[in-house]
Design a protein around this ligand. Structure first.
Ligand code: C2E
Ligand code: CA
Ligand code: CA
Length: 572
């Protein structure tokens, strides 16, 4: 049934109600630019009451600076009125009564009524604009720290290059990487890692100036752009301040975390003139700084290029070797001086790369330590050694295996659990595993090292102090460490026959070790004469090319079987 036609009065009332119910502002403007009607939504967008708006020029709603131009637009609009939908993408603003401006989108319509009336539909898009700004922020900033992200940093770097090229000035690019951040993440969990990163960002902001750009590229890698540097000394000063700020201890869960950072610096235009090369050089300088010890900064230097390129290549290829099985453990026998029997073996890493050939540990271990890859490599060594221990044990050839640990591994909070898990996984006897730590590693953080070593000892694992004599630690201090063996560095064994001083030193070490109830192993024994002297001094065991180099596991089994056969024949 068709609805009954409305009376003109009812129709007018309904249209008015509908107009006021519209979510967008509706504004009727006459040819003279006067507002003839404004609905309720227009009142809330503009902050004016409808009766203030009606009769006022529409320019009331514009910024004063725009009024004149708008008058001309209005005239030409009425000459050839047309429709315009929303979303034309223009930046339009309404000046509110309270002085604020509101971003709006405006659609236009026209009617001949009343001698020509423009109808503006006005939509408040503050929320859309806010979301757009938020999305832009998210796309250009790191959510965790609120710092500029990698993409945005790239933009700023390009901009800095353009400005410096134009102005003929220099600027510095700093790349910063936290030392041992992975250990924090692994040991305390990612939430703790996040807190450290937020704190680092806070500390960095506190030492940098307003014009500097600070960004987080991802992980624990931060960059800083210092625009307009007058002299290199200024950069040094900032670098030193940054490191000092980061080296303050950090409190977490009642622990005091000491983290440092390494800084690499490249200078435009001195070192390079394009963004990728500047980034690469700053990165290289950062690795160089890391290698020269924690909490250091380094400037890019041209010869670094070749050296660092090699190190980066080693790092990349070592990662591949770890993933695809290019690493092996070889084992070097430790022999009892008195009986000539093999008492243990030391596991030594061997890496044969398809491109680089045989790479000695002395070349790749420092790189792995500088890049943190040592943790993954070390974990692989632990697993492989445990597996080998169990295998020999099952074959009736139980043999103690010593593995080398890096300082970074020693600082891993879950190291003990990692070793315990690995022993259990492979069914290896803990007393057949020995951990070698160097004197300097154990001395770096004596309390922490003592704690870890005590927990390892509690598992039944033995501890040996490697490279003894090179770290200048006092033997008295040894009393406080759960160490059962010391290994005299081959640096002292080598000159044994020619240097009286070294002979006296070796003798003294052996005597003192005995008074502490420690076993002594001499490393790097190459000649029968050296062995003769060591026997005279009362050294317990030796290791070296005189007996055997580090050999593949199958070869170790042969040596053990041959030894057993000769012992059996001696008994018969
Ligand atoms: P290190 O722990 O002092 O290992 C002993 C080194 O002396 C080994 O070198 C071994 O091959 C060498 N050597 C043994 N007998 C003789 C000898 O009679 N004369 C001479 N001149 N040298 C001898 P390698 O295998 O090149 O290892 C070098 C260093 O690399 C090791 O020194 C150790 O610090 C590190 N390394 C090796 N494997 C690992 C590992 O699995 N983890 C860690 N963190 N470091 C490792
Ligand atoms: Ca060793
Ligand atoms: Ca050693």
């Amino acid at each position: 049934m068709a609805a009954a036609p409305l009376s003109p009065a009812d129709e007018g009332a309904l249209i008015l109600a509908a107009t006021n119910a519209a979510p967008d502002g509706i504004l009727l403007v006459d040819r003279g630019g006067r507002i003839v009607m404004a609905n309720a939504a227009m009142e809330s967008i503009s902050g004016y009451a409808a009766d203030e708006l009606c009769g006022s020029p529409v320019s009331l709603l514009l910024q004063p600076a725009l009024r004149e131009a708008h008058g001309r637009h209005l005239d030409s609009y009425f000459q050839s009125p047309s429709r315009r939908p929303m979303g034309m993408g223009r930046d339009l603003w309404i000046a509110r009564k309270d002085g604020r401006s509101v971003p709006v989108d405006i659609a236009l319509g026209y009617t001949d009524a009343q001698g020509g009336t423009a109808v503006a539909f006005v939509r408040d898009i503050s929320e859309v604009r806010r979301l757009q700004a938020q999305m832009h922020f998210q796309a250009t900033h790191d959510t965790l720290t609120g710092l500029v992200n990698r993409w945005q940093f790239g933009q700023r770097l390009e901009q800095a290059i353009a400005e410096a090229a134009l102005g003929g000035h220099s600027f510095a690019l700093l790349v910063l990487d936290l030392d041992d951040f992975k250990a924090v993440n692994d040991g305390y969990g990612h939430a703790a890692g996040d807190r450290v990163l937020v704190e680092v960002a806070r500390r960095l902001k506190s030492v940098l100036r307003g014009g500097d750009t600070l960004a987080r590229l991802g992980g624990d890698e931060f960059t800083v752009l210092l625009p307009q540097i007058a002299q290199v000394r200024d950069v040094e000063q900032v670098a030193a301040q940054v490191l000092a700020a980061l080296c303050q201890p950090f409190q977490m869960h009642g622990f005091e975390l000491d983290f440092g950072a390494s800084l690499g610096i490249a200078v435009y235009p001195r070192d390079a003139q394009d963004a990728p090369t500047l980034m690469r050089y700053a990165d290289m300088a950062m690795y160089h700084a890391k290698e020269s010890g924690r909490a250091n900064y380094a400037f890019y230097e041209p010869p670094l290029g070749a050296r660092m390129a090699e190190k980066l290549q080693l790092h990349e290829r070592l990662k591949l070797a770890l993933a695809y099985g290019g690493l092996h453990l070889h084992y070097q026998p430790q022999v009892e001086v008195g009986s000539g029997r093999i008492q243990a073996v030391e596991a030594l890493l061997r890496w044969t790369d398809p491109q680089l050939g045989e790479v000695p540990p002395a070349r790749f271990i420092p790189v792995a330590e500088a890049t943190g890859l040592i943790l993954a490599v070390g974990a692989w060594v632990i697993g492989t050694a445990c597996q080998q221990i169990a295998e020999w044990d099952r074959a009736g050839l139980p043999l103690r295996v010593a593995i080398n640990l890096s300082a970074q591994q020693l600082r891993q909070t879950d190291l003990v659990e990692q070793i315990e898990r690995s022993l259990a996984l492979h069914g290896a006897r803990p007393d057949l595993l020995e951990i070698e730590v160097t004197e300097s590693e154990a001395m770096a953080d004596p309390a922490q090292a003592r704690d870890v070593l005590c927990r390892l000892q509690a598992l039944g694992v033995c501890i040996a102090l490697d490279d003894f004599g090179t770290g200048h630690s006092s033997l008295a201090y040894l009393k406080h460490l759960p160490v059962s063996r010391i290994k005299i560095d081959r640096e002292f064994i080598h000159p044994l026959l020619h240097s009286n001083g070294d002979a006296v030193l070796v003798q003294a070490i052996i005597v003192l070790a005995k008074t502490l109830g420690l076993h002594v192993v001499a490393e790097g024994v190459e000649t029968a004469e050296q062995l003769g002297l060591l026997a005279q001094y009362g050294c317990d065991a030796y290791q070296g090319w005189l007996y055997s180099r580090a050999v593949a596991p199958a070869h170790v089994a042969q040596l053990l079987l041959a030894q057993r056969a000769s012992e059996d024949s001696a008994v018969l």
